[in-house]
Design a protein around this ligand. Structure first.
Ligand code: IPE
Ligand code: MG
Length: 238
């Protein structure tokens, strides 16, 4: 979700105003994703690198996050959306961590969509944490090096608990992954929107999903005998 700061600057407002507008966009997009039957939505809300921003901006983001968690409780429960968080959560303020834990407990039962907030998250950091844990197990004799394979890494990565990434959307006109779900996004379809995140609306999510439907995902294999992708696309919109 990129472009909050520029959105505010374009209006001559302080950057936190952009984050406030960005939080409103999150509400709309989560609701639309749920309505469309998306099973897992992971939002890059705060990166490990974002801690280096000025204190006033980090504080504004943390209080917006807390507010979001308080405000959305009812909506999450009513719509059977499980909330979870990934990242180096120990760096978050205590009240935020407590709220996250409480909501994760409350929203898990009977969920039909999982909303994962990536907070204090970095894709490389997540991998390093898993490698270190595995190395410790190997050193302690609890894990044999030959047991380490892709399936084991999948099973250890918190971001992959909801599955591999099918579609990765980045807003804000930048065309880079910026340390998001590196491992799980190995075969993700990438979709870049030039809209700034606060301007990203339900129709933009639908456009990204429609684009996804036209993709032919081969995973390194050759195309099968399915109809040409234009045919698939046409049928997808019928
Ligand atoms: C939002 O956009 C991402 C967050 C860290 C919450 P930015 O704050 O990166 O906005 P730009 O890129 O400066 O416009
Ligand atoms: Mg940015």
């Amino acid at each position: 979700m990129d472009g909050n700061g520029r959105w505010a600057q374009l209006r001559g407002e302080p950057r936190p105003e952009g984050h406030r507008a960005g939080a409103a966009a999150v509400r709309k997009i989560v609701r639309e994703a749920r309505r469309r039957g998306i099973q897992a939505l992971t939002l890059f809300a705060f990166s490990e690198q974002n801690w280096q921003r000025p204190d006033f901006e980090v504080n504004a983001l943390m209080s917006l996050l807390l507010q979001f968690l308080v405000d959305e409780r009812k909506e999450l429960l009513e719509n059977q959306i499980a909330l979870r968080a990934i990242g180096r959560l120990e760096r978050l303020p205590r009240e935020v961590r407590e709220k996250l834990d409480e909501l994760a407990r409350e929203t898990a039962p009977g969920a039909r969509m999982t909303l994962t907030l990536a907070l204090s998250y970095g894709g490389r950091e997540e991998l390093v944490d898993v490698f270190r844990a595995m190395a410790e197990e190997v050193a302690a004799g609890r894990l044999a090096p030959e047991e380490i394979d892709e399936a084991l890494v999948d099973a250890r990565l918190p971001s992959v608990a909801v599955g591999q990434v099918d579609l990765l959307i980045r807003t804000g006109a930048e065309q880079r992954i910026s340390n998001f779900l590196l491992w799980g996004a190995a075969y993700a379809e990438l979709y870049f929107s030039s809209k700034l995140w606060p301007d990203f609306e339900e129709g933009d999510l639908v456009a990204a999903l429609d684009h996804y439907k036209t993709r032919d995902r081969r995973f390194g294999r050759v195309a099968d005998s399915r109809p040409m992708k234009t045919e698939v696309a046409k049928r997808g919109t019928e």
